[in-house]
Design a protein around this ligand. Structure first.
Ligand code: SAM
Length: 488
């Protein structure tokens, strides 16, 4: 064993008696972690994505318990630097991190709360499972992290989510969710392979603080789901103080209103600890699952699935939140502007409703949305009003830009790269399917690549100038610079 391996392992020595195979655990935690990805079934069939990436030299192996989750066994560049990732055809998610939502088992049309959601790996996974008629409420306490959450939901094209920003311990009651996920803030020991700095076991006072926050979040989630509903509690840490002990304390406080359910055998991992530090947990706590890095050659995870038999003693009476209806007038206006400006037909918005808050409009698959003061986003950003005209979001263009029939240019990699680097580039011929002979007008133009709408440029009558969101342009340039990053 190297000196570095010894330092990393010593932080986990206290779990030796819990771990099913210490030698395999010890070998895994000091090995680099392979990438894994989850195909976004809102956008692409997993097999199609696999074919597309394998044609460029990636090697992918689906996991049997969720074939949309695939281990990346090799490839010409990091999978996060591909056009498919940029476009939201997949989410880079550790295999172990995909298991809690599989255990939550969201069903089409259900209302699901993700109480501590940023950066959104699990919210986007839930959205795909509930489909267009389900509602995902993705909540996050930290406004900066809520920005990432919004960006990931947008990139993945999720139009069935609302984002709220509040302390999950005080999330407003009244909606009676079908299921909730508490993917709790934790000491993160299971991420050791991604962050292999020497570490110490978490200090007792930190563990106490985290456990108290985790318990409060779990209790809140249980007060927010309907009787018969399900709550999955998960962390990415090995510490039983943050895992089984939290579940045990909440089950005891619930006095029989909540039961820990067995998880499907097909899911990876080993049963929960029976006790810790001389204290025995309730026998049903063993139904939880511990996933160690050697189980999936991934990170570490803990999860427990709880079923609400009756309202928990701490649930309060509450009236449902007010409901908001789509803004039909704003919807007509933006759709007409998109048709007039880019020839995007009204059918592109079929099954989608337009909501407006101030200068911003959103696309949602839902005909009504809960309206909490804590709400930040009402779906997929559609367009905002600049004072003179609408400005469509890049995420909306990913969805509808392929249908544009005018003011659209399809660029080759070299021209796209030059544009993103800040150069003015000639537009090339207007798109062939545009109205015959209609030349580009000065003004906004949709830029496409490989048939997908990427973002906007301004045409000055001679040359195109990029008008992409800066960070998105930087990321796309990164894909263009990688061998195998772009489809040709
Ligand atoms: N589920 C996310 C995913 O899969 O991408 C990861 C969630 S991360 C483990 C925990 C999140 O909880 C962090 O983004 C953190 O900012 C947030 N958080 C911390 N305290 C919170 C609180 N009191 N209420 C809600 N969220 C909180």
């Amino acid at each position: 064993m190297s000196a570095r391996s010894g330092i990393v392992l010593s932080a986990f020595e206290r779990y030796r008696a819990l771990v099913d195979d210490w030698a395999a655990f010890a070998a895994a935690v000091v090995r680099p972690q392979p990438h894994a990805l989850r195909a976004n079934r809102l956008r692409v069939a997993p097999e199609e994505l696999r074919g597309r990436l394998e044609a460029r030299g990636f090697r992918l192996a689906p996991y049997p318990w969720a074939p949309e989750v695939m281990r990346v066994e090799g490839g010409p560049c990091p999978p996060g630097s591909t056009f498919e990732h940029w476009l939201g055809l997949f989410y880079l998610q550790e295999a172990a991190a995909a298991v809690p939502v599989v255990a939550l088992d969201p069903q089409p049309g259900e209302r699901i709360l993700d109480l501590s959601a940023a950066p959104g790996g699990k919210s986007t996974q839930i959205a795909e499972r509930v489909g267009p008629s389900g509602l995902v409420v993705a909540n996050e306490a930290d406004p900066a992290r809520a920005g990432w959450l919004l960006a990931n939901l947008g990139r993945m094209g999720v139009a069935s989510a609302v984002v709220t920003v509040c302390d999950g311990r005080r999330f407003p009651a009244g909606l009676a969710f079908d299921r909730a996920l508490v993917d709790a803030p934790c000491s993160g020991e299971g991420n050791v392979r991604r962050d292999p700095r020497p570490r110490r076991p978490p200090r007792a006072d930190r563990l106490r603080r985290l456990a108290s926050l985790q318990e409060a979040l779990l209790r809140r989630a249980l007060a927010l789901v309907r009787p018969g509903g399900v709550v999955v509690y998960s962390t990415c840490t090995f510490a039983p103080e943050e895992d089984e002990a939290v579940v045990d304390a909440v089950l005891r406080a619930a006095g029989g209103a909540v039961e820990a359910e067995p998880l499907p055998q097909a899911l990876p991992g080993v049963e929960g600890a029976g006790g810790w530090d001389g204290v025995a947990f309730l026998p049903e706590v063993r139904r939880a699952r511990r996933i160690y890095p050697h189980h999936l050659d991934s990170g570490g995870m803990f999860l427990a699935r709880l079923r609400l038999r009756a309202p928990v003693p701490w649930a309060e009476e509450a009236t449902p939140p007010p409901e908001e209806a789509p803004d039909e007038a704003a919807g007509r206006e933006v759709r007409a502007w998109m048709e007039e400006s880019f020839g995007i037909p009204a059918e592109a918005f079929e099954g989608l409703h337009v909501y407006r808050s101030g200068e911003r409009t959103w696309l949602s698959t839902l005909p009504r949305l809960p309206l909490w003061p804590e709400r930040w986003a009402a779906g997929l950003p559609l367009a905002h009003w600049t004072g003179r005209h609408w400005w469509p979001s890049g995420f909306a263009l990913h969805r509808v830009g392929r249908l544009a029939r005018r003011q659209v240019v399809d660029l080759e990699p070299a021209a796209l790269r030059a544009l993103l680097e800040g150069q003015a580039v000639p537009p090339g011929p207007p798109h062939a399917s545009g109205p015959a002979g209609e030349p580009l007008r000065r003004g906004l133009v949709i830029v496409r690549y490989a048939g997908a709408g990427l973002g906007l440029a301004r045409y000055d009558g001679d040359l195109l100038h990029a008008a992409f969101a800066r960070e998105r342009a930087r990321q796309l340039l990164g894909c263009l610079e990688q061998p195998g990053g772009m489809p040709r």
